[in-house]
Ligand binder design. Structure first.
Ligand SMILES: *[C@@H]1O[C@H](CO)[C@@H](O)[C@H](O)[C@H]1NC(C)=O
Ligand SMILES: *[C@@H]1O[C@H](CO)[C@@H](O)[C@H](O)[C@H]1NC(C)=O
Ligand SMILES: *[C@@H]1O[C@H](CO)[C@@H](O)[C@H](O)[C@H]1NC(C)=O
Ligand SMILES: *[C@@H]1O[C@H](CO)[C@@H](O)[C@H](O)[C@H]1NC(C)=O
Ligand SMILES: *[C@@H]1O[C@H](CO)[C@@H](O)[C@H](O)[C@H]1NC(C)=O
Ligand SMILES: *[C@@H]1O[C@H](CO)[C@@H](O)[C@H](O)[C@H]1NC(C)=O
Ligand SMILES: *[C@@H]1O[C@H](CO)[C@@H](O)[C@H](O)[C@H]1NC(C)=O
Ligand SMILES: *[C@@H]1O[C@H](CO)[C@@H](O)[C@H](O)[C@H]1NC(C)=O
Length: 805
């Protein structure tokens, strides 16, 4: 296939598209607390004070309340008592406003505000608790007056889209116990002196604040905070510690009660020996730094008194190599994460002395785990991540001894065996996530089970890329009502799909592609109203699509390509699937014309109807589904950088029986050739080849910059980019893009790439929600990667919740 880009012969390699899977958050975090209307008030007949009520109303004026959360913050009589207002908590003795709970955290089921932090807060002098986290204050600065709220004990301005320096006025908050300014875009421009006044501080989060100017000083300042228990300085651009300047420190004296130290994503190359003398240290996060020595040396530096207290050690995403240490000197370890390092060799048997171990993550290392067949570890792990380790070739016995496991990921682990049937039929009841994809596991899924197959709490099941064969008639035995993710793709499964999808109403992703399933798609798929991805690609399904699929109104990706589906393209796709982003029906036997209803799908960015028997004309309204406005909404909602407006658009109608002229208006959908980065679109594919289209290819759009292959095989088409002249026309005037445009484009690509990797690496929402496609020649291949990425992202997301929860 030829890639058609804006620039003929352009060399785009990487294209990223963003897919969003919001409600999953709510779905996966049911246990999260939820603050609404914390006001006490009426019960005790506490009335709020007029001055404070005015201050709150003034404060509200600064906020843009898109979701109407503050609709009861009013001056009308029945709502006058501000102690009853959402998010407000008053003293039940004096009526003073003590607490404001106005987080917009969607993870916690709240909705964000936009706007500014009004100085009227200043008139709430008794305020002890202020939570404005996860709102959008539009890059404004932290107002200095916050320093005057000197009764504050708890201040949370994290994820609030603030920017600029942290004002030293904060030093007046001498009663503060909790300060979270993390995940905004703040910086320290001078020093951290203001911090040294906060002698009562217990929790301090300045993550993603630019701190590189303070170099080593941060250590000195925080070490004098006598009550500090949690310190989070990840993603702060902290340079390597200069060890000589720290030698005078006595850490066991200085960091008296420090328990949690999160320094991940900085530029450290050493763990100073003195960290090992923080005798209270329980959690140490050092992932994504520049450690490149041997694991044994790094861990040696933690072998002071901290070796007895340390419960969580995260050294993932560095360049750490073997030699491997004797793990038994850290007897309290519960979570050990060494994933994504350059470790190889065999995991030492001393791991078997960690009887408290609950989480073991060695994913993406090349470690071999070789234990004797009858080894029964002393631990019962809760989470096991051994993706890409070497566990095979036989299915490891010790894993079967783990009866409390909730996350088990052993994909790509060189296992070529059958799964022990007794284990599969009696999985630990705690299991939520089972991923054994990309091994060479063969045999049949159990099909004579009497008991329910899989535990009831199972949420993610990935058996893809193995060699399972036979039917999945036992599918109906899966009694996992929470199942959100089911991937059986790329096996050798066959037969009809059983009609029991109504059992899994929470399903979000269903991937059955690359098997040999046949006949009709069961109507019960229509019970999956939360389904976002449906992938049935590359099977032998036939018949018409059941109209019940129209009930899957959450669908974002629907891929039914490479089957034998027939009939008309149903109108309900446009009518009932308003969120569709990608629709692929290629290589089927669909006939009839393209229904106008498809144009109702305003979010559609990928439409592949190629290799069918579709006739009629190309609808005028095709440009409806590349609406810019929606896209901007999308970016704002997910706080993506404004410059990155590119999102791919693919329309492939090739090899059908389309007739008529090209509708000029609808084909303007690909937009103009970008003259500046601000309206850059990274890739567009339009393929109308091999139809019965005729007439002049409309000019004044970017169509002329497309590859001529896009129009090939239509005997009646003429004009650029085809060499075929239209009757009565001069030699076509090829409009080659100027060098400037090309240069711009390349620069943007670079920026985009950088941005993307930063997004991933920093664990920002972009990383979690982002979906990247490495696009080389064949967009369809890229598209599958997109699906894969989506799957990967779901997995990450899930892990994130798991580590947080
Ligand atoms: C366009 O469609 C034709 C026929 O299906 C195919 O051969 C060609 O590779 C396609 N081009 C692109 C860019 O997808
Ligand atoms: C005030 O409220 C707190 C917490 O709700 C409660 O424990 C306390 O008894 C109340 N005091 C009065 C005087 O009502
Ligand atoms: C900080 O405290 C000092 C001394 O109490 C006071 O003079 C100053 O006004 C306070 N700053 C702010 C911003 O309230
Ligand atoms: C550090 O301080 C602790 C507690 O005061 C003391 O026991 C220890 O000997 C000191 N270590 C050094 C190296 O001075
Ligand atoms: C261990 O600590 C010593 C002294 O602080 C330091 O020189 C060395 O580089 C550290 N080793 C590692 C691997 O961080
Ligand atoms: C382990 O990695 C080192 C380099 O880090 C390499 O020299 C060595 O050959 C590797 N050993 C094995 C068994 O792969
Ligand atoms: C299933 O999940 C729920 C909610 O997380 C939990 O309370 C319950 O204990 C789990 N069941 C088992 C068998 O682990
Ligand atoms: C296309 O979009 C416009 C504006 O949103 C709308 O008025 C029109 O009905 C749409 N056309 C079709 C066929 O959906």
């Amino acid at each position: 296939m030829t890639m058609v880009t804006f620039l003929s012969g352009g060399s785009l390699k990487i294209v990223c598209a963003i897919l969003v899977i919001t409600p999953l958050v709510q779905y996966l975090r049911p246990a999260l607390g939820f603050i609404s209307g914390v006001g006490v008030g009426d019960a005790n007949n506490i009335r709020c004070l007029e001055g404070e009520r005015q201050a709150l109303l003034e404060f509200r004026k600064g906020l843009i309340d898109d979701y109407g959360r503050l609709s009861l913050w009013q001056s009308e009589d029945e709502n006058k008592n501000c102690c009853n207002w959402e998010g407000v908590l008053c003293s039940n003795q004096t009526g003073h406003v003590l607490e404001l709970h106005l987080s917009g955290s969607q993870d916690d089921g709240m909705k964000p505000f936009r706007g500014m932090i009004s100085p009227s807060l200043f008139e709430l002098p008794y305020l002890t608790f202020l939570d404005l986290s996860s709102n959008d204050f539009n890059q404004s600065h932290i107002p200095k007056f916050i320093g005057s709220l000197n009764n504050l004990k708890h201040q949370d301005l994290s994820w609030a889209n603030l920017s600029g320096p942290i004002p030293h006025e904060l030093e007046n908050l001498s009663r503060l116990q909790y300060l979270n300014l993390g995940r905004s875009d703040l910086k320290i421009i001078e020093n951290l002196k203001w911090l040294s006044h906060m002698s009562t501080i217990e929790y301090l989060d300045l993550s993603s604040t630019y701190l590189s100017v303070v170099a080593n000083d941060w250590l000195e300042v925080v070490s004098y905070l006598p009550n500090l228990k949690t310190l989070s300085l990840w993603l702060c651009d902290l340079p390597p510690l200069s060890l000589s300047s720290l030698s005078h420190f006595n850490y066991s004296k200085s960091f008296a009660p420090l328990e949690t130290l999160d320094l991940h994503h900085n530029q450290f190359v050493h763990i100073p020996k003195s960290f090992g003398y923080i005798c209270t240290l329980r959690e140490l996060y050092l992932s994504s730094n520049n450690f490149n020595g041997q694991l044994v040396e790094l861990m040696d530096n933690l072998s002071g008194c901290a070796k007895d207290s340390l419960e969580v050690l995260d050294l993932s995403k560095n360049h750490i190599t073997r030699l491997l240490p004797n793990f038994s000197i850290f007897p309290s370890l519960k979570n050990l994460n060494l994933s994504e390092n350059e470790l190889n060799g065999t995991l030492p048997k001393s791991i078997g002395n960690l009887s408290n171990l609950e989480l073991l993550n060695l994913s993406s290392t090349s470690l071999s785990l070789k234990f004797s067949l009858d080894w029964v570890p002393p631990f019962q792990l809760d989470r096991i991540y051994l993706t890409s380790c070497n566990l095979g070739p036989t299915f490891p016995n010790w894993i079967q001894t783990q009866r409390k496991v909730s996350f088990l990921e052993i994909s790509d682990a060189n296992i070529s065996d059958t799964i022990p049937a007794e284990w599969l039929e009696d999985l630990p009841s705690t299991l939520m996530d089972l991923n054994i994809s990309s091994n060479q596991i063969h045999g049949q899924l159990p099909n004579r089970v009497l008991l329910p197959l899989f535990p009831t709490n199972l949420t993610f099941l990935n058996l893809s890329k193995n060699r399972y064969l036979g039917s999945i008639s036992s599918l109906c035995k899966i009694n996992a009502q929470l199942l959100a993710f089911l991937d059986l793709s790329d096996n050798m499964l066959s037969g009809r799909l059983p009609n029991c999808f109504m059992h899994w109403r929470k399903l979000i992703v269903l991937n059955l592609s690359g098997n040999n399933f046949f006949r009709e798609v069961p109507t019960s798929l229509g019970s999956l109203s939360g389904l976002k991805t449906l992938n049935l690609n590359n099977n032998n399904f036939s018949g018409e699509l059941p109209s019940s699929l129209g009930n899957c109104s959450s669908l974002i990706v629907m891929d039914l390509g490479k089957n034998r589906f027939s009939g008309k393209i149903p109108a309900w796709i446009g009518e009932s699937l308003p969120r569709l982003f990608s629709l692929s029906l290629h290589s089927n036997k669909f006939a009839g014309s393209i229904p106008l209803h498809l144009c109702w799908s305003k979010d559609l960015q990928i439409l592949d109807l190629s290799l069918n028997d579709i006739s009629g004309t190309i609808p005028q309204c095709l440009n409806n589904f590349t609406g810019m406005t929606r896209r901007e909404l999308f970016y704002r909602e997910f706080k993506l950088p404004g410059r990155i407006l590119g999102i791919l658009k693919i329309i492939d109608l090739s090899r059908n029986k389309l007739t008529g002229k090209l509708p000029s208006e609808s084909l303007s959908l690909l937009g103009e050739i970008p003259s500046s980065i601000s309206n850059l679109t990274f890739l567009s594919v339009l393929n109308l080849s091999y139809n019965y289209l005729f007439g002049k290819i409309p000019s004044s759009t970017q169509l002329q910059s497309l590859d001529a292959f896009a129009f090939a095989g239509n005997l009646g088409l003429c004009g650029p980019p085809l060499t075929q002249l239209c009757p009565g026309e001069e030699t076509p005037n090829q409009s080659e893009p100027t060098d400037d445009v090309i240069k711009d484009k390349e620069e943007d690509e670079d920026e985009f790439r950088t941005w993307f990797y930063i997004g991933i690496g920093f664990g920002s929402p972009i990383g979690f929600w982002g979906v990247c496609i490495a696009l080389v020649f064949d967009w369809r291949h890229a598209y599958f990667l997109l699906l894969d990425r989506m799957i990967v992202n779901l997995a990450r997301l899930r892990r994130k919740f798991q580590t947080r929860g």
